[in-house]
Design a protein around this ligand. Structure first.
Ligand code: IPM
Ligand code: MN
Length: 353
């Protein structure tokens, strides 16, 4: 098949991990006889440096023309002045919103060979396989902000239709998996969460009565994720809770560097990015873990291009490379040896069949 993919490397380790995923996509295209065309565009701090705008019009136009977008990471100390008029993160939030990508899928699957890399006990981790569905274009991230000398505010708003559409995505995923949906909110305190809970209860009762629905308050969910991670199948939650809980959940897998994500909307166009940040402290040293970005490319193949076999081949290649002992620095103890970003990518590419 033919596809146009926009690459948005961004800042920090973004360019390194995106180039790793790009190499993997080229290998897939060659092996399976596809023709992928790539356009590299600016976002985040890199875009601010060139044109003062974290999301230039040319970037938006390229994304809108593309079948899928692969993004690295944005942000860094260079652009973190609290008084700055523009921030790299604004570019990321805006592209998610402009493309209508309201559902952010974050799979958390433990790879047995990586269990020693997790700070948690092995017996808790075997068989952990969940997907967190994070609402991505609403809530406190997008509400009105105010700031005076002595006070600040961030408005959190949710509309019924926003809750309905994200819960439907999560419920459909749960139906195709183990039939368990856990909705996470803070309904004992927040009005938006009380709306979220009402809408979720009603929608699941009316449209997905066969699903097992559990509801957890976010503080308790943070605890249960570590206490009984195997119990979770699909978790659905609002924007900020999903951001926080998935960084926590990455410790089940062993490293933040492992986790991919897919941001999808009403159509097939999606944006794919590892859940980690730009890690400026290790940028440019060829030591970042490319697995989160490569696994995001696999999700791109699956969700935007419908190439399920190719997606599985990439995921299996990651698992095999890990099984063969390949470890970047984030996956080993300080005194153990590790391989580079490009070395890890070579090994994964070798395992694609
Ligand atoms: C993420 C990141 C972003 C977010 C930041 C960089 C704006 O943490 O994708 O998880 O909070 O959504
Ligand atoms: Mn995050």
């Amino acid at each position: 098949m033919e596809a146009l993919i926009t690459l948005l490397p961004g800042d920090g380790i973004g360019p390194e991990v995106t180039s790793a995923a790009h190499r993997v996509l080229k290998e897939v295209a060659q092996r399976y006889g596809h023709s992928f065309e790539y356009k590299v565009e600016l976002i985040g701090g890199a875009a601010i440096d060139v044109c003062g705008d974290p999301l230039p019009d040319a970037t938006v136009a390229s994304c809108q023309r593309s079948d899928a977008v692969l993004l690295g990471a944005v942000g860094g100390p260079k652009w973190s002045d609290p008084n700055a008029a523009v921030r790299p993160e604004q570019g990321l939030l805006k592209i998610r919103s402009v493309l209508g990508l309201f559902a952010n899928l974050r799979p958390v699957s433990v790879i047995d060979d990586l269990i020693p890399a997790s700070p948690l006990r092995a017996e808790l981790l075997t068989g952990v396989d969940m997907i967190v569905v994070r609402e991505l274009t609403g809530g406190i991230y997008f509400g009105e902000k105010t700031r005076s000398e002595t006070s600040a505010s961030d408005l959190c708003t949710y509309h019924t239709h926003e809750v309905e559409r994200i819960v439907r995505v999560a419920a459909q995923l749960a139906s195709a998996r183990r039939g368990k949906l856990c909705s996470v909110d803070k309904a004992n305190v927040l009005e938006t969460s009380r709306l979220w809970r009402d809408v979720t209860d009603r929608l699941i009762r009316d449209e997905f009565p066969e699903l097992e629905l559990e509801t957890l308050l976010v503080d308790a969910a943070a605890m249960h994720l570590l206490k009984r991670p195997r119990d979770f199948d699909v978790i659905v939650t609002e924007n900020m809770f999903g951001d926080i809980l998935t960084d926590e959940a990455s410790m089940l897998v062993g490293s933040l560097g492992m986790l991919p994500s897919a941001s999808i909307g009403a159509g097939s166009r999606g944006l794919y990015e590892p859940i980690h940040g730009s890690a400026p402290d290790i940028a440019g040293r060829d030591i970042a873990n490319p697995c989160g970005s490569i696994a995001s490319a696999a999700m791109l193949l699956r969700y935007s291009l419908g190439l399920n076999d190719e997606a599985s081949a990439v995921e299996t290649a990651i698992t095999r490379a890990i099984a063969s002992g390949a470890r970047t620095a984030d996956l080993v103890a300080a005194d153990e040896s590790s391989i580079t970003t490009s070395g890890m990518t070579d090994l994964i590419i070798n395992e694609i069949s």
